[in-house]
Design a protein around this ligand. Structure first.
Ligand code: CA
Ligand code: CA
Ligand code: CA
Length: 132
């Protein structure tokens, strides 16, 4: 019995993350959001952390997996590619695994860092904004 205080704290913390992410997104600069140490580039650790945040942000029913309906902006093809065990859901590792491939593709000078220009090529998990 009794209220699980620790758990409530985690939920509140999660909300803070979501709120700060949403606030930064409103300011339209996801690059600054990802570049935590402010050195002007996104390293793989920073990228991974950001992807984990996005994963939990997208996981609206909080089952730690993304259903196609939760993976906004991910094309059906990209979703299938990322869904390695073919269970119709993206686990955290499946999601981040697919995004790391994006990171490597965007890192055109292969220095393991994304500059602002390179990061723009990754985009918000959308292959095309034109398709609406
Ligand atoms: Ca950085
Ligand atoms: Ca989910
Ligand atoms: Ca899966």
């Amino acid at each position: 019995m009794g209220i699980p205080v620790i758990r409530a704290g985690c939920v509140a913390f999660g909300f803070l993350l979501i709120l700060s992410a949403a606030a930064a997104a409103e300011q339209g600069d996801s690059f600054l959001l990802s570049d935590r140490n402010g050195d002007g580039s996104i390293d793989q650790g920073e990228f991974y952390d950001r992807m984990v945040e996005l994963f939990y942000f997208a996981d609206r029913n909080r089952d730690r997996a993304l259903a196609p309906a939760e993976a906004d902006g991910v094309t059906a093809e990209a979703f299938r590619d990322a869904d390695r065990n073919d269970d119709g859901q993206l686990s955290l590792s499946e999601f981040t695994g697919a995004r790391v491939i994006d990171f490597n593709q965007a890192d055109s000078n292969r220095d393991g860092l994304l500059s602002r220009d390179e990061a723009a090529a990754v985009g918000p998990a959308r292959s095309s904004a034109a398709g609406q």
